[in-house]
Design a protein around this ligand. Sequence first.
Ligand code: SF4
Ligand code: SF4
Length: 294
Amino acid sequence: MKMLEKYHKEILTCTGCAFCKKACQIYFHSRKETDSPKGRIMISYGLLTGELKEDDSIVEALQKCALCKLCESVCPSMIKITDIIKAACHDLPLLPEHEKLINEIETWNEPIEGKRLFIINSKDESLAEIAKKIKATVWHGGCAAAIERIGRRNEMVGRLVERIKEAGIEKIIYYEPDCKKYFEGLNARNIIEFIESVDCDEKCAIHIPYDYDDEFKEKVKKLFEGKDVIYIHECCGGRIEFKRAFFKEAKKMAEDVIKKSNGRKLVTASMECYEHLKKYGNVIDLLHLARFKD
Ligand code: SF4
Ligand code: SF4
């Protein structure tokens, strides 16, 4: 439990108050202690002390976390619950679904060309089409952040950056805020910065995952200033590694988000969420409403 050892002190600060349980949609649906944030902290403690031995059920309980960070928003001890869960997962074997997914991501091969590259993690053609509006070519393989979320080192992104440099790409455009840290030092911008305005005359519910950084959230909110919108920050279970391994839970979470939109037009500010939510209801991606700067 090498990686988890770093969090030993932090794990001990958990008072067991259980406030975090109320914030967790996975626990809300299953009511199983091991599906709660507190339960995952207890499991991590057990693994550290040797009171628990790793087995499939433990791997599953820890990976069955959508990393939404809603539990962290209510934890009075300010425990970095998701960092602890990721560290525990790092030290444990992979689920078969995750092994397959990492293999798919790492072997993704697609030509990299042009001057501007739009990094997307979706096969949805309507999103790829947006690249034309910002005069970019597309890389459909994303930044492989899912590998890190599963608890493994993201080596794929290093190879991607090398290929980007070799191809002479002058500007990288990404969307999911998770990608930002991988392209530091390069000329990389979030696509939100290219949006001039959004066409939105109806009542909308804007979905922005809670764990997205504040800068991104603020930029999205600025686009909708003065419009009749509500915001939903709940997790829809759409992250690829989560829905691949926990399809049923991901479906329930998507249905919850759709219900919360309360009849308003649902607009999500995440490609991964769009790909997931559109299977269960009417949803569009924020980029579908965007008018881009010249
Ligand atoms: S809210 Fe924080 S301190 Fe309380 S049980 Fe959850 S992780 Fe532990
Ligand atoms: S990060 Fe989200 S899914 Fe994971 S334990 Fe916390 S509230 Fe539950």
